[in-house]
Ligand binder design. Structure first.
Ligand code: ZN
Length: 60
């Protein structure tokens, strides 16, 4: 099995990982209830997606 000849230095390893970072979720307002939701996801407040109810939510 092939193995690297040298141990990767901290500098090389860190510079490789320099672009790996957490991304903030793309939040938008729900067109049904106006609640903040993640875009392209079902709204957790009213349970709708693309104008129709997808999941049951407690509405009281
Ligand atoms: Zn909603």
């Amino acid at each position: 099995m092939p193995l690297p000849k040298r141990k990767t230095s901290k500098s090389k390893r860190n510079s490789r990982r320099a672009h790996i970072k957490a991304v903030a979720p793309n939040l938008t307002a729900c067109p049904q209830c106006g609640e903040t939701k993640v875009s392209h996801h079902v709204c957790h407040s009213c349970g709708t997606y693309k104008g129709r109810t997808v999941i049951e939510t407690k509405e009281d």
